[in-house]
Write a protein of this length. Structure first.
Length: 166
């Protein structure tokens, strides 16, 4: 009887409340907006086609595949990178500079970390999944970082134009 009651309670949707938020968690909500996804795919398509020198159809498929993987894995990894920042070095900045979580340094770190997470995930897909010559220790990484600033930048800017309502 108790096990049935527990299962029933698990199936009833109830609102969840978090006691802690951080910039990466806010950014994650906007990375799945249609405008960020669209701009990111368009910009990255041109980088993929140019840097790998591949036909347009192959560039489209590679771009969509890499961004799909980075979106799915990024759901967990981008907020986790934000938590890692909060633990260290964020806490050091907060104590030394007398700031809280939502400060310019943490926002900038969140932006950079989101771009890095995306490039790492997409690079793995390009190299292992699509068999393209993605080089992690090269200018190629920097170029794809720049490409990812388009989608992350649009999502990031939207947080300041239209802040998350709690």
């Amino acid at each position: 009887m108790q096990s049935r009651l527990i299962i029933l309670l698990l199936l009833i949707p109830i609102p969840a409340y978090a006691n802690m938020v951080w910039p990466a968690l806010y950014l994650e909500t906007r990375l799945f907006s249609w405008w960020a996804i669209t701009i990111g795919l368009i910009v990255e398509y041109f980088f993929v086609q140019r840097l790998f020198d591949i036909p347009p159809v192959q560039a489209v498929l590679a771009t969509i595949g890499a961004n799909f993987v980075s979106a799915v894995a990024g759901i967990l990894l981008i907020p986790l990178s934000g938590i890692a920042w909060e633990i260290f070095p964020g806490l050091v900045f907060y104590k030394v500079l007398g700031m809280g979580t939502f400060n310019p340094i943490t926002w900038a770190a969140t932006f950079v970390l989101a771009c890095i997470v995306n490039v790492l995930l997409e690079g793995i897909v390009y190299k292992k999944g699509v068999k393209l010559p993605f080089l992690f220790k090269s200018k190629m990484f920097l170029w794809f970082f720049i490409a990812n600033t388009a989608s992350v930048g649009v999502a990031f800017a939207s947080l300041f134009i239209n802040p998350v309502q709690m």
